[in-house]
Design a binder for this molecule. Structure first.
Ligand code: PEP
Length: 248
């Protein structure tokens, strides 16, 4: 059995008071057998780690530098994230790719560096609306995976999480149907299985893209969907708790 996992991506939202309130809401409301991870903005990671100490909720970052240290103004290193108590790092989110120019090569380097630092990478892959309309979904997702498999090796996925996030579904309210999502999740697993069947069976593959309390159960019920990466709905403790409960 693969473990179920639900990750909250707060993006660039909240302040000190809102972080405290939202995390208190998580602790009160979440009752799930799934592993739950909160990814607040980087300046609040320390606060989040302190508040979640002793709870079952882990802390993750939304991005990290592939470089160890030095003259990289504005960047945050993986050793810093580890020092703060982070366990997970989201990598290659479509907003990082489209707004900040991250290429497959950067994502692959970050993936390798994350594992070397002893953290768990959450590798995001997914196609744009135009790519789906052009029937390029399989090729795009395969290419994004290949970039990382070629750099890190298949064995590296034993300690990784993959999130399929169709770009057209992120923050739009346009969720992939459970069947559409399952089709790509199976593609992801088959792709890994071509190199290592055991790892393909073990790696959690999450769905992300307008997951909410109303659609989570059906999505998470699909055979290759092991939970979710949740943006907007994770900013509401009750809605997020309901999503986590759907991953039981
Ligand atoms: C995300 O940011 O990864 C995401 C899936 O956002 P939303 O749930 O708001 O679509």
């Amino acid at each position: 059995m693969r473990c179920k996992l639900v990750i909250a991506n707060w993006k660039m939202n909240a302040d000190k008071a809102a972080v405290a309130k939202l995390l208190a809401g998580y602790v009160d409301a979440i009752n799930s057998t799934a592993k739950v991870v909160a990814c607040p903005p980087a300046p609040y990671l320390f606060q989040a780690q302190q508040q979640l100490e002793g709870t079952a909720i882990a802390v993750g970052a939304q991005n990290a530098s592939q470089f160890e240290s030095g003259a990289y103004t504005g960047e945050v290193s993986l050793s810093m994230l580890k020092d703060l108590g982070c366990q997970y790092v989201i990598l290659g989110h479509s907003e990082r790719r489209s707004l900040f120019g991250e290429q497959d090569k950067d994502v692959a380097e970050k993936f390798v560096a994350t594992l070397q630092a002893g953290l768990i990478p959450v590798l995001c892959v997914g196609e744009t609306r135009e790519q789906r309309q052009e029937n390029e979904t399989d090729a795009v997702v395969s290419g994004q995976l290949d970039a990382v498999i070629n750099a890190a090796g298949i064995d590296a996925f034993a300690e990784a999480v993959i999130a399929y996030e169709p770009v057209w579904a992120i923050g739009t309210g346009d969720t992939a149907t459970p069947e559409q999502a399952q089709q790509v999740h199976k593609l992801v697993r088959d792709k890994l299985a071509a190199s290592n069947v055991d790892i393909a069976q073990r790696v959690p593959v999450l769905y992300g893209g307008s997951v909410n309390a109303g659609n989570a159960e059906e999505l998470f019920g699909m055979p290759d969907i092991d939970g979710g990466l949740v943006g907007g709905a994770s900013l509401d403790a009750a809605a997020f708790a309901a999503i986590c409960a759907a991953a039981n």
